[in-house]
Design a protein around this ligand. Structure first.
Ligand SMILES: Cc1cc2nc3c(=O)[nH]c(=O)nc-3n(C[C@H](O)[C@H](O)[C@H](O)COP(=O)(O)OP(=O)(O)OC[C@H]3O[C@@H](n4cnc5c(N)ncnc54)[C@H](O)[C@@H]3O)c2cc1C
Ligand SMILES: NC(=O)C1=CN([C@@H]2O[C@H](COP(=O)(O)OP(=O)(O)OC[C@H]3O[C@@H](n4cnc5c(N)ncnc54)[C@H](OP(=O)(O)O)[C@@H]3O)[C@@H](O)[C@H]2O)C=CC1
Length: 472
């Protein structure tokens, strides 16, 4: 059996859906086919501008058939791509002949392991993996969270009725997003305020068997979860009424060894600390929140170029090195010369931007037109929530790539706001804005315009000066 299309998009996550929707707008008369292994796809809703280039949005799950009449869909897995002859084969043996293909197959958790008791180590990626977490929490008293990025930061404070042991290799929490000052700000706020993390939703614990989709719809791996995913799940352990306990944090630590205790069925863990000390603890299971690795479980006629992080290398038009093969989202690695204030992080925002860019780029190639890279790749921007606070990250917010040649200017009002400016030669290169600061647009402008802020000295963050008025 075979099917023909002009555009084939593989993957129903944000990147794939954004790509297909862009193609439907740019080439309404061309046939677009989406191939995805899960019948549930993700789409962006409630897009709200936070600044000129920054947006906050919700992510909605919908059935693949709801994508719109202009996008045909197939639920199956990509197995092989013949880029020279322009056809792909699915796991069920279907041949898909295409003119352009975009691979948006996302990523998978990069799990920590020393080769033992691997069933005791889980990662979080999609709905199925959260259901697995819930199932394990039912009987668990202690959990170890390994990692210091987005998932660990969310889980460490969202789990309740369970002792949380949070093992980080850095000297402060949430190191992929914030600096030690902001981490301290969060921790103080958590211990002093009962910060509501998200609007309270009526939650019932879902039982694993009840929510597992029926056989024909079941997917081993669906699209990644996204903003506020934890507000839809009851993440309680079995220590009834203990509530949300502050996690025990093990700084500058790593797992040296672990094994299952035969009598208890629990895990015995040996932790190593930076000063050489070791410590023993016991837990029921480990959540390895240790990053993502790109997923490309299909073969090709010629080897694609991969970046060091395992992603499919793409240029600024989202093209891989294979003819008419594009890639977008978590599966790809940006191999173009980045703008001074942009770098890749595997996030919703970038999955959406890359998916749309790939769509525009494929449409232009098909119509013989020229497009330029979207302006969103000029400036890194991320809008999120951490520990109940709104967080905006802009440009080189942690001084990434600036070596030691930069200054920091910080304004902090306990339990209210934390503002950090990263300045180099008097110019704003990045910012962390925590709380309702209303400074996102001003910072965007200051970074992109490269205005010399030297003459304003520390007044730039003086609370009595309204810098928004000053520069807008
Ligand atoms: C728990 C969690 C919380 C997160 N929270 C945030 C957040 O708050 N903010 C934020 O910006 N980012 C967040 N992220 C990151 C964000 O979810 C991802 O960067 C983004 O979803 C990536 O989108 P994608 O479309 O590239 O990949 P995915 O969402 O992983 O989608 C890939 C799709 O491809 C399909 N697929 C894979 N292989 C094949 C194949 N061979 N054949 C057919 N289909 C295939 C998959 O089933 C899936 O539908 C979070 C991630 C996780 C795991
Ligand atoms: N609010 C948001 O924006 C959220 C975003 N996400 C995104 O989802 C994806 C998955 O999240 P997550 O898994 O937290 O990934 P992240 O990349 O955010 O963080 C991974 C963390 O694990 C650490 N790490 C890596 N390997 C090891 C190891 N062997 N031992 C100990 N620590 C290790 C990393 O340290 P190092 O960096 O030093 O290697 C880093 O601190 C990411 O793309 C993330 O950005 C997830 C949740 C929320």
């Amino acid at each position: 059996m075979s099917r023909d299309c002009i555009f084939l998009v593989v993957g129903g996550g944000i990147a794939g859906v954004s790509c297909a929707e862009t193609l439907a707008i740019c080439c309404p008369l061309s046939s677009i086919l989406m191939l995805t292994e899960s019948s549930i796809v993700k789409s962006v809703t409630n897009l709200v501008p936070v600044a000129r280039y920054l947006h906050r949005f919700d992510v909605r799950e919908k059935d693949v058939n709801e994508l719109g009449a202009s996008i045909n869909t197939i639920v199956d897995q990509l197995e092989y791509v013949n880029s020279r002859e322009h056809w792909a084969r699915t796991k069920k043996g279907l041949i898909l002949k295409y003119r352009y293909i975009c691979v948006c197959t996302g990523g998978a958790p990069k799990l920590f392991s020393n080769g033992q008791a691997e069933s005791r180590i889980i990662g979080i990626r999609d709905t199925d993996s959260v259901l697995e977490l819930q199932r394990r929490l039912l009987t668990a008293k202690d959990v170890l969270i390994l990692g210091n990025g987005g998932i660990a930061s969310e889980l460490a404070y969202e789990l309740k009725d369970i002792n949380v042991h949070w093992v980080v290799k850095d000297s402060h929490i949430s190191a992929t997003f914030v600096d030690p000052g902001a981490a301290e700000f969060f921790q103080l706020a958590r211990s002093e305020l009962d910060v509501p993390t998200v609007a309270v939703t009526a939650i019932k614990r879902m039982r694993y068997g009840e929510v597992t989709p029926p056989e024909e719809k079941q997917s081993k791996q669906g699209a990644a979860l996204g903003p506020d995913w934890h507000s839809n799940f009851d993440l309680s352990g079995c220590s009834t009424h203990a509530g949300k306990l502050l996690p025990k944090i093990y700084y500058k630590s790593h797992i040296v060894d672990y094994h299952v205790l035969p009598e208890q069925g629990r895990l015995s863990i040996k932790l190593g600390h930076e000063n050489g000390d070791q410590e023993q603890l016991t837990c029921d299971f480990i959540v390895s929140a240790t990053g993502v690795e790109p997923r490309h479980e299909f073969s090709t006629d010629f080897p694609p170029n991969f970046a060091d992080d395992g992603g499919l290398s793409v240029d600024e038009m989202m093209r891989t090195n294979l003819p008419d093969v594009y890639a977008a989202g978590d599966v790809c690695s940006a191999a173009w010369e980045p703008a001074p204030h942009w770098f890749q992080m595997r996030l919703w925002t970038q999955a959406r931007q890359m998916g749309s860019m790939a769509g525009r780029s494929m449409a232009a190639a098909c119509e013989g037109e020229t497009v330029y890279q979207d302006f969103c790749f000029e400036l890194f921007g991320h809008v999120t929530q951490l520990f109940g606070f709104p967080v905006v990250l802009l440009g080189r917010f942690n001084g990434q790539g600036l070596e030691r040649d930069y200054e920091l200017l910080v304004r902090c009002t306990r339990n209210k706001e934390y503002i950090k400016f990263v300045l180099q030669n008097g110019r704003l290169r990045g910012a962390i804005l925590i709380g309702d600061t209303d400074l996102a647009e001003t910072c965007e402008n200051l970074i992109l315009n490269g205005i010399d802020l030297e003459p304003y000295g520390d007044d730039i963050l003086n609370p009595d000066i309204d810098i928004e008025d000053y520069f807008d």
